[in-house]
Design a protein around this ligand. Structure first.
Ligand SMILES: C=C(O[C@@H]1C=C(C(=O)O)C=C[C@H]1N)C(=O)O
Ligand SMILES: Cc1ncc(COP(=O)(O)O)c(C=O)c1O
Length: 288
C-alpha cells in the first residue's frame, strides 16, 4: 500500500512524520474520510470546505485547489492499483517547538491514506445505546480531529462486531450520534435527527441527506430527542461517508420489521448521485 506524505508517494513502511508534529504532540490535526467510486470523489468540495473551516479554527494554514487534490488522488489510486477507494485525507499542524503555540502553523503535514472500498450493498445493522456518554466538543463545534478517544472507548465497549453500531447519548441523556455515524429515524413520514447543538459531528453525509430530503419535499426536524423516540420509529438509519445510508433493523429491544420507503429512497439517490456530485449545493440544479 502507498501513501502520500507532503508531496511524495511512499510505501507505507517508508512514511514518516516529525516527532515534533503538533498533530502528534497536542492533537492539532484534522481528517476527512471519503469514498472514490471509479475515480470520482463523492462530495469532495463539501469535505474540503469542512476541512478548511476546521483548519482555520486550529490556526493551521493550508490550501490546495481542486486540480491539485485530484492529481494526488489520481496518482495515489494508480500507485495502489485501485479505481475505487476508502480515502483518509489528513492535515496536521506540522513540526514546532515543545510548548503550546499561539501563532499560525505554516508548515502542515499532509498525509493521504487509501484502502480498498468495501461493498455495503444489502447491509443492515443493529444499534444499541452505549454506556459511555458523548464527550463535549473541545471548541465551539465538533471537529473531525485527532481527538477520537471517546469513539475508541465506545468501540471497545461494543467489541469487534461490525454489524452493530453504538449510539452515544449526551450527558443529559439526549440521543447524539453513532460511534462513526450520524443517526436518523422516521415517524409518520417525518425524518428526525439530533441537532448539531447536541455536540455531534455535522457529517457531510448527514448534510447531504438533509439536502435530499428538501429536494424530495420530505419533512425533517433536527432537535433534542430521547431514546424512546427511536423505539417508536417506523424506520431508523445511520449515515457516514463510506457506508452512506445503512438501515437499522433493531434498536435496543425494538425490531423494525416494516417497509422502509424513505430509507430505500435515500439509498437509491446515493446510487444515482455517487458518481457525479461534487457538493450538496450541486444537487439543487440536478434533475432526476
Ligand atoms: C473514523 C473514521 O472516519 C469515519 C469512519 C468510517 C468507516 O470506517 O466506515 C466512515 C466515515 C468516517 N466518517 C476513519 O478512521 O476513517
Ligand atoms: C462521530 C462521527 N459522527 C458522524 C460521522 C459521519 O460523518 P461523515 O458523514 O462526514 O462521514 C463520523 C464519521 O467519521 C463520525 O466519526
Amino acid at each position: 500500500m502507498f501513501v502520500y506524505v507532503n508531496g511524495q508517494i511512499l510505501k507505507k513502511e517508508e512514511a514518516r512524520i516529525s516527532a515534533f508534529d503538533h498533530g502528534y504532540m497536542y492533537g492539532l490535526g484534522l481528517f476527512e474520510t471519503f469514498r472514490v467510486d471509479d475515480g470520482h470523489p463523492f462530495l469532495l468540495d463539501d469535505h474540503f470546505q469542512r476541512l478548511q473551516e476546521g483548519l482555520r479554527t486550529m490556526g493551521i494554514s493550508w490550501a490546495m485547489n481542486r486540480d491539485e487534490i485530484m492529481e494526488i488522488l489520481t496518482t495515489l489510486l494508480e500507485a495502489n492499483g485501485l479505481k475505487s477507494a476508502y480515502v483518509r485525507w489528513n492535515v496536521s499542524a506540522g513540526p514546532h517547538d515543545v510548548g503550546l503555540y499561539t501563532g499560525e502553523y505554516e508548515e502542515p503535514t499532509v498525509i493521504v491514506y487509501m484502502k480498498p472500498l468495501p461493498s455495503f450493498q444489502g447491509i443492515t445493522k443493529t444499534a444499541k445505546v452505549l454506556d459511555i456518554r458523548r464527550n463535549t466538543p473541545e471548541g465551539q463545534v465538533r471537529l473531525k480531529s485527532h481527538h477520537y478517544l471517546n469513539n475508541v472507548l465506545a468501540k471497545r465497549e461494543l467489541g469487534e462486531d461490525g454489524t452493530v453500531e453504538g449510539i452515544f447519548l449526551t450527558e443529559s441523556g439526549f440521543v447524539a450520534e453513532g460511534v462513526v455515524s450520524n443517526l436518523f429515524w422516521v415517524k409518520d413520514e417525518v425524518v428526525y435527527t439530533p441537532s448539531v447543538e447536541t455536540g455531534i459531528l455535522n457529517g457531510v453525509t448527514r448534510q447531504f441527506v438533509l439536502a435530499l430530503l428538501e429536494k424530495e419535499g420530505i419533512k425533517w426536524e433536527a432537535g433534542f430527542f430521547r431514546p424512546n423516540d427511536l423505539s417508536v420509529a417506523d424506520e431508523v438509519f445511520i449515515t457516514n461517508s463510506i457506508q452512506e445510508v445503512i438501515p437499522i433493523r433493531s434498536f435496543n429491544e425494538t425490531n423494525f420489521i416494516g417497509d422502509k420507503p424513505i430509507t430505500n429512497k435515500l439509498k437509491l439517490a446515493f446510487d444515482y448521485y455517487r458518481h457525479c456530485l461534487r457538493s450538496r449545493t450541486e444537487l439543487k440544479g440536478e434533475k432526476r
